[in-house]
Design a protein around this ligand. Structure first.
Ligand code: F55
Length: 809
């Protein structure tokens, strides 16, 4: 975009004055940010309009990514960057004596997701736009995002996240495109004069779905796609029926707050309402838009792809059937053909407790017409499957089982494509979790390894690294990520390695200053920064990390001259509010931090920093400063992981079990350039199968391990209630299902190797460089290109010389 600094300065002053009626010099950071954001949005708007019009004019096939969660992060910087305006904006502001970075910090970070799944959705939106593909997001505009985490006396406390308090400059409320969503009541079918069975509804609760649209700006390609988030309101024409504020609650609460659990689905009625609300509004708006294309309805799959991000939006399948049958009057067979060709589904977990199963009674009462359709889908499925595959497989794969609706089964049966998010994960789906389906529909299964957008996670989060890469290999890698491999050629170049070390040190100094500011802890930037950032869950094993730190602490106490490389252990993690054990782990880490950080015997050898309120914005500060990336889940449990990719791309060395995408990271970067430890997934399966894991035996036979575990309960760690005992019990007495003790010895050994390597700074830098240079395959641009080719069948709508350009390897 061509705008001069002079023009920008003038327009910014005008913008500020028109909003606040005084001069920008008197503005607060929030006000200045709002003015700047609206001005940038204004620059976006013409591209937004033109992109929409181009898609319609050329009848372009549209992808709709349905997700209950999006975690876009702050958008000012990335929008300005993708537009090509960041330098102009920065320069213009500094002419006005304003600091861009200071204003940018005033933006609220929309935490409309829990973790990896929500962030993946946002990386995908960035890549869709940057590849010039017609990709739309469809989700919920939660009034409150994921809770704000605080520690009080080391315990996690949850506060509301009112992200909309100071308005949201990026969204546009679109009153022209509202939809009505119906809940409950009675439904019956009657034949009309044309002989169609049409549903009649009475006593339904009608909810108005209001879309708020947010531009998704492509990287230097003039493409601006749309993220549509729905908000629930009382229909204007029904307002008179509501007499008190309390009566309006059941409607307003639908989009009030995000469910804060990433691993344990909540079988609450309100959650089901949220799911259907988002799905129904989204599908209605798709069909409305499709009409603009003037093509026959049977061609919907040629113009529309609907992606189901985990099972949360799986009601898309019966909702699309409902609209095609009840409103478009197609036959069941015609509607099914369209639905199944249109929908595709991604699974993100093998955790049993995370698989959604809705009680039939609940579904029937809340969504009577949808339930009728699900029942019919199930009946036809059973009828078709039984004669071919027999009783066992048929009942194992049915949608309706023991009084519940199995949402994964609905999603698989209603989709032409089912994918996992890393090779190992997809294998586990095919051989274990969904193996009966793999027998029925082998052609539907495929892998799509996750990816991340390098624009946010490298170009913007790590400008100094970006500049170094530019200096060495030129700028092509930004538009053609595979070019990054050229950087490998510098692995032996002293100048490059020194500069790389300098960049890392600079990033660590910046993070150290932030640590000082928010935690009051002094850390040495020359220490090794060891980072584990992800949701807190037993399967991710933050407590394995904890045991290792405790082990080091005990060793230092026993022998103060022990030769450990100084380390800062950095954590960022929220626990689901109802996940008691995860909260106990947080408390123990915090108490250990108090002990270790204040023990003069320890000094700089060991520091622990547990950040509060981990999220996208904090990740952007931590990741560029990381030396070690902790990816230590029990093999087979982490579907993919994505922080592993972000950390690698920023030059951290991975310390990992062979789980999720760690395996592919190893394959690309090479065994010698990361640290692998622990059981393989095969060994885990075996151990589970023959039930031979004996935690107490390990405890009793390994003296070092015993010392560490005893320190949880013998008063070594101050200020604990029963949390140390809880951990000890779970790890030793209850034979912990995530085999922490089994992997302890090899983890400690790997950690010692980390120390040894760190002592050789140039060798460390060489491996760091190789990690950076091997990270391109984890660009979400490639991931999206594969979804587009294999699943959605969509293509770029921009010329080859515009924006991101992928070439075959
Ligand atoms: C959110 C709500 C529910 Cl009900 C269940 C799960 C979640 C959730 O946030 N899941 C999630 O983040 N899963 C993660 O998805 C990532 C992207 O595919 C993976 O990398 C990661 O392994 C997986 O745990």
């Amino acid at each position: 975009m061509e705008i001069t600094v002079k023009q920008f300065v003038k327009e910014f002053k005008q913008q500020f004055q028109s909003m606040y009626a005084y001069s920008y010099e008197e503005g607060s950071n929030e006000q200045l940010y709002n003015a700047l954001g609206l001005l940038v949005k204004n620059y976006i708007s013409s591209h937004w309009k033109e992109t929409r019009e181009k898609y319609i004019k050329n009848s372009v096939k549209q992808v709709y990514y349905f997700s209950m969660e999006f975690l876009p992060g702050r958008q000012l910087k990335s929008n300005a960057y993708n537009l090509g305006l960041l330098d102009v904006v920065k320069e213009g502001l500094s002419e006005l004596d304003l600091s861009f970075d200071q204003l940018a910090e005033a933006e609220a970070d929309p935490a409309l997701g829990n973790g990896g799944l929500g962030r993946l959705a946002s990386c995908f939106m960035d890549s869709l736009a940057s590849l010039g593909m017609a990709g739309n997001g469809n989700g919920i505009r939660y009034q409150y995002g994921l809770f704000r985490q605080k520690f009080v006396d080391g315990y996690q406390v949850e506060l509301p996240e009112n992200w909309l308090r100071y308005r949201n400059v990026w969204e546009t409320r679109n009153d022209k495109s509202t939809c009505m969503v119906r809940f409950g009541g009675n439904v019956w079918l009657e034949e009309n004069h044309q002989g169609h069975l049409v549903p009649h509804y009475e006593n339904t609760l009608n909810v108005l779905a209001v879309p708020y649209d947010t531009p998704m700006v492509g990287y230097r390609n003039d493409t601006v796609n749309n993220l549509r988030l729905w908000s629930a309101e009382i229909p204007v024409e029904e307002e008179a029926n509501y007499h008190t504020i309390e009566e309006t609650e059941p409607i307003k609460e639908i989009t009030q707050v995000l469910y804060p659990d990433d691993s344990n689905y909540e079988g609450r009625l309100l959650r089901l309402k949220q799911e259907y609300f988002m799905v129904s509004a989204g599908v209605q708006s798709i069909i409305r838009h499709f009409r603009k294309y003037n093509v026959p309805r049977k061609n919907i799959p040629d113009k529309v792809a609907i992606h189901i991000n985990d099972t949360h939006p799986a009601l898309v399948v019966p909702e699309l059937m409902r609209i095609l049958i009840d409103e478009e009057h197609l036959s069941w067979e015609q509607a099914w053909e369209i639905t199944f060709k249109t929908c595709s589904y991604t699974n993100h977990t093998i955790l049993r407790e995370a698989l959604e199963k809705w009680p039939i009674d609940m579904m029937k009462e809340l969504l009577p017409r949808i339930y009728m359709i699900i029942e019919e889908i199930n009946n036809r499925f059973v009828e078709n499957t039984m004669p071919l595959y027999g009783e066992r497989i048929t009942w194992q794969t049915a949608i309706l089982q023991n009084g519940v609706v199995n949402m994964a089964h609905l999603a698989v049966i209603g989709s032409h494509s089912v994918n996992g998010v890393a090779k190992l994960h997809t294998d586990i789906l095919m051989n274990d979790v969904l193996k009966d389906f793999f027998e029925l529909y082998p052609e539907r299964f495929n892998n799509k390894t996750n990816g991340i957008t390098q624009r946010r996670w490298v170009h913007l989060a790590n400008p100094d690294l970006t500049q170094l890469i530019d200096e060495k290999i030129g700028e092509n890698w930004k538009l053609t990520p595979s070019e990054l491999k050229v950087f490998k050629g510098f692995e032996k170049d002293k100048d490059t390695l020194n500069k790389l070390t300098d960049v890392k040190l600079k990033n660590k100094k910046r993070l150290a200053a932030h640590i000082k500011e928010v935690k009051g802890i002094t850390v040495d930037p020359n220490a090794l920064f060891d980072v584990q950032i992800k949701r807190l869950h037993a399967y991710k094993r933050q407590h394995l990390n904890l045991l290792h730190i405790l082990h080091r602490y005990l060793e230092i106490k026993e022998n103060p001259s022990v030769d450990y490389v100084p380390r800062v252990f950095i954590f960022g993690a929220k626990a689901a509010p109802s996940y008691h054990y995860a909260k106990q782990i947080i408390k123990v880490i915090n108490s250990l931090a108090d002990l270790v950080n204040n023990d003069p015997d320890v000094g700089d050898k060991l520091k622990i920093v547990f950040f509060e309120n981990y999220g996208v914005s904090l990740a952007e500060k931590i990741i560029p400063a990381a030396d070690i990336s902790e990816q230590i889940s029990l093999a087979s449990m982490e579907a993919s992981g994505t922080s592993n990719m972000k950390l690698m791309a920023n030059g951290a060395l991975t310390l990992a079990t062979l789980d999720g995408a760690n395996i592919e990271i190893r394959d690309f970067v090479g065994e010698d350039n990361l640290f692998v430890f622990g059981l393989s997934s095969k060994e885990v399966y075996k151990l589970k199968e023959n039930q031979s894991y004996q935690a107490r035996e390990l405890y009793e036979s390994d003296q070092k391990l015993k010392n560490v575990l005893d320190a949880l309960t013998n008063g070594t760690i101050p200020n604990l209630q029963d949390e140390g005992y809880a951990l000890f019990d779970s790890l030793v007495n209850f034979n912990d299902e995530y085999f922490v003790l089994k992997d302890f010895a090899s983890y400690v050994e790997a950690q010692n190797k980390v120390d040894d390597l760190y002592k050789d700074q140039s060798e460390w830098a060489r491996k760091s460089l190789l990690n950076i240079a091997s990270s391109a395959p984890f660009s979400a641009d490639y991931t999206i290109q594969r979804y587009a080719d294999d699943i959605w069948k969509v293509r770029s709508c921009v010329e080859e010389d515009e924006g991101v350009h992928l070439v075959d390897e």
